[in-house]
Design a protein around this ligand. Structure first.
Ligand SMILES: Nc1ncnc2c1ncn2[C@@H]1O[C@H](COP(=O)(O)OP(=O)(O)OP(=O)(O)O)[C@@H](O)[C@H]1O
Length: 392
């Protein structure tokens, strides 16, 4: 059974359309992340699922039960939806100890004292904070408070755990630590999680599925790896490519020669396309090619299909080195494993792995399906295939 189904969800706030026709299915056990820039509607959708916000149109089904229906104005109250919500601010009761904070949700359900104790101890154990039971929130660090907030959310054994930017108030070290904790917790509990963030790294490392939001709509729903490798639009590619996950962008034009062969032409490289394919593209069509730094191979000697580039800067960072290269006024960033001896000013030969590149129509930003004439530019491959791709 699906954990959550959203159909045709529309929400307007103060006359402004904030969510627009959201369709989404979340499977039981998924770690679903809502990712997108600030103000794109992630929190509003989370609040709508939780029942804190009414949908103007559409239906929400949780574990097979309809909990909201815009048409019939049905709106099940949040406490009956069998879900728990953890906010960015931990919202702990300051006058209660950790134990009392976590126990509160069970006590209002009038569970027997012994049962409450057993459940609270189990939740504190899962969050590895059993020894903090007697402390007050003011005596805890930010990370510890967040653990208490999550313990309070899981103690009621909800079907679904909703987390709204839960790590954003923590410092970088704690964030990494809590990220690992959340991953462990998800695997241990096998609860369905919906997680809101605008941090790409968090989304990539935690999720089984990611929904990318822009302007109140979901523009791509995918596994993290697919999202990283095949962004559907230039906007998604650029969003995923920001924040340290660099992505190279090459502007180009589609060309067809007298023999009917097609090419993508950029200032630094010509990429041959298989004849008969790419029929939707036209001669002169403006394209944007994207390639990740790790999909650029560097050699000290010319190779078939390589581009001669000069090293403009080298950024060592321990496990890897980023090498910035220039040719014909275009700059590319390549990533090499480990340390490198490359010197600024020297010439290197870059091979772009074509099968890992994406091409977008510059006007619409939509990804184009390309079939490359030379599919493999790996070193050591047949020069016959590679000879088609060359630097200018
Ligand atoms: N009560 C409200 N009245 C009017 N507009 C609102 C209200 N709450 C939110 N909005 C607007 O709705 C849009 C979506 O807000 P929402 O908080 O869902 O975005 P978000 O993607 O979660 O952003 P963030 O990452 O900054 O939290 C924003 O443009 C916001 O200004």
């Amino acid at each position: 059974m699906n954990a959550i189904e959203l159909q045709g969800i529309h929400v307007a706030l103060n006359g402004k359309q904030v969510l627009n026709d959201i369709e989404l299915t979340i499977k039981q056990g998924d770690f679903m992340t809502f990712l997108g820039p600030s103000g794109c509607g992630k929190t509003t959708l989370l609040r709508t699922i939780a029942g804190l916000q009414k949908a103007d149109a559409g239906t929400i089904t949780i574990s097979g039960r309809e909990v909201a229906n815009g048409e019939t104005q049905f709106h099940m109250e949040p406490s009956k939806r069998r879900l728990s919500l953890v906010f960015q601010s931990y919202a702990l009761w300051p006058h209660m100890t950790v134990y009392e904070n976590v126990a509160f949700g069970l006590q209002v359900r009038k569970l027997a004292k012994a049962v409450v104790r057993e459940k609270v101890e189990a939740a504190l154990g899962k969050m590895r904070i059993a020894e903090l039971a007697g402390r007050y929130p003011s005596e805890l660090s930010g990370g510890q408070q967040q653990r208490v907030a999550i313990a309070r959310a899981i103690v009621t054994e909800p079907d679904i755990l909703l987390l709204d930017e839960p790590l954003s108030n923590l410092d970088a070290k704690l964030r990494v630590e809590m990220r690992a904790e959340l991953k462990r917790l998800h695997q241990e509990l096998n609860t369905t999680v919906i997680y809101v963030t605008h941090d790409q790294h968090e989304a990539m490392t935690l999720s089984t599925q990611v929904a990318i939001f822009f302007g109140g709509q979901i523009v791509q729903l995918d596994k993290p790896r697919e999202l990283y490798k095949r962004p559907k639009t230039l906007q998604v590619a650029e969003f995923i490519g920001s924040a340290g996950m660099q992505m190279n962008r090459l502007e180009g034009v589609m060309r067809t020669d007298e023999e009917g062969l097609s090419w993508l032409e950029t200032p630094v490289v010509l990429i041959p396309l298989a004849a008969g394919d790419n029929s939707t593209m036209q001669d002169g069509q403006e394209m944007v090619l994207t390639v990740r730094p790790e999909d650029i191979r560097l050699y000290e000697e010319r190779r078939p299909g390589s581009i001669a580039m000069s090293v403009s800067a080298v950024f060592p960072s321990g496990a890897e080195t980023l090498v910035q290269l220039d040719a014909a006024g275009m700059s590319l960033m390549a990533r090499v494993i480990g340390e490198s001896e490359y010197e600024p000013g020297s010439t290197l030969y870059a091979v772009l792995r074509q099968e890992q590149m994406n091409a977008y129509d510059k006007k619409t930003g939509i990804r184009m399906k390309l079939q490359y004439a030379a599919h493999n530019n790996e070193p050591g491959e047949s020069t016959h295939e590679n000879r088609l791709s060359y630097s200018r």
